[in-house]
Design a protein around this ligand. Structure first.
Ligand SMILES: Nc1ncnc2c1ncn2[C@@H]1O[C@H](COP(=O)(O)OP(=O)(O)OP(=O)(O)O)[C@@H](O)[C@H]1O
Ligand SMILES: [Mg+2]
Length: 311
């Protein structure tokens, strides 16, 4: 009967709202839990450049006439400030992420933009790139800049793991409903996984022929500040993971030491009905929320933070 259907619909809405609330809560808890780690790591990372800045500053009055010292000072001070600035910027983004701006986008295009940015590094290392986006349009609702950041972080890691003449394989495809994929290490809620896997989705695999990852490291990969690199901050994957979560997707990694690593990103595709309806609006790329002055706001915030850290 009609009233039965209405009751079911209402129940569905209630369940949906409840799920969203739980999801939001979990996400907040997740973020709070990592805040402690975050603070500790941040203090450590910022202290080193600050110590060298302080040493230089203390020496400045007596060594002022020493031209070499002055040149070293200005070069080093600049570098160290850049280092702190970069770190704080990434941390802020991690701890208090800028609201994503969801727009309809083509994931293949985002990938092309990313590869363009890395063109020189790829050429320098003589890396072969095999890119195959089987479906011409992998259309989804997402934040272009943030997704670019995800691809950047993952591909830079892949390039780092390969010395010379490695192969970077990038494969993007659409997966229809109920086509279960392989799940390796992932973070996120199981019911969320289930929800994602029961609808049309995009799967992007990024594989390298690099050194691989020690199985003992796998559980920590996405933790902020987990790094095995001398100069790494250990933030790349933590940030990438957060962004994928914001998009309702999951990140998955498989690796064989000495053979290479594959990162798989699965994102929900725009639903068919909506996809058709919004086709017309696509052309201008104006669809979605208007642009915000978030960028400007953030850099003043960074400046303020830097000032308080340095004082
Ligand atoms: N493709 C890969 N091959 C081998 N190891 C990897 C790969 N991707 C990530 N890792 C390992 O995971 C660690 C964490 O990666 P993540 O990108 O979070 O930090 P990072 O690269 O060390 O520093 P950052 O990205 O902040 O500059 C790396 O230090 C590395 O040990
Ligand atoms: Mg990295």
């Amino acid at each position: 009967t009609l009233s039965y259907h209405i009751a079911v619909a209402i129940e569905n809405i209630r369940l949906y709202t409840e799920n969203r609330k739980i999801e939001e809560k979990m996400r907040r808890a997740d973020r709070l839990a990592s805040l402690g780690t975050l603070a500790a790591g941040m203090a450590h990372e910022i202290k080193n450049p600050l110590v060298s800045l302080k040493t230089f500053t203390q020496l400045l009055p007596e060594r002022y006439r020493d031209r070499e010292f002055r040149e070293d000072f200005s070069k080093l001070a600049g570098q160290e400030v850049d280092r702190i600035n970069n770190l704080v910027e990434r941390l802020l983004n991690f701890a208090r992420p800028v609201e994503p701006e969801f727009r309809l986008l083509d994931l293949g295009e985002v990938m092309d933009d990313t590869l363009l940015l890395l063109r020189n590094k790829i050429a320098d290392q003589k890396i072969t790139v095999r890119k195959d986006f089987t479906d011409r349009y992998l259309e989804l609702e997402g934040d272009r800049e943030k997704l670019k950041q995800v691809f950047l972080n993952i591909i830079i890691n892949a390039l780092d793991s390969m010395r010379e003449e490695g192969v970077l394989t990038i494969d993007g495809r659409m997966i229809r409903n109920h086509n279960s994929g392989e799940i390796g290490v992932h973070r996120g809620l199981d019911w969320k996984l289930h929800r994602l896997y029961s609808r049309d989705r995009v799967m992007v695999k990024i594989s390298d022929t690099g050194e691989g990852i020690d199985p003992r490291d796998l559980p920590y990969l996405f933790d902020p500040f987990f790094t095995t690199k001398d100069t790494g901050a250990g933030l790349g994957l933590a940030i990438a993971h957060n962004i994928i979560e914001e998009h309702g997707g999951i990140t998955d990694v498989e690796s064989v030491v000495g053979r290479g690593t594959t990162f798989t990103i699965t994102l929900p595709l725009k639903e068919e009905g909506k996809r058709q309806k919004e086709k017309g609006k696509m052309g201008s790329r104006e669809w979605g929320v208007g642009s915000s002055p978030e960028g400007a706001k953030q850099s003043t915030e960074v400046k303020r933070l830097l000032r308080s850290v340095a004082s």
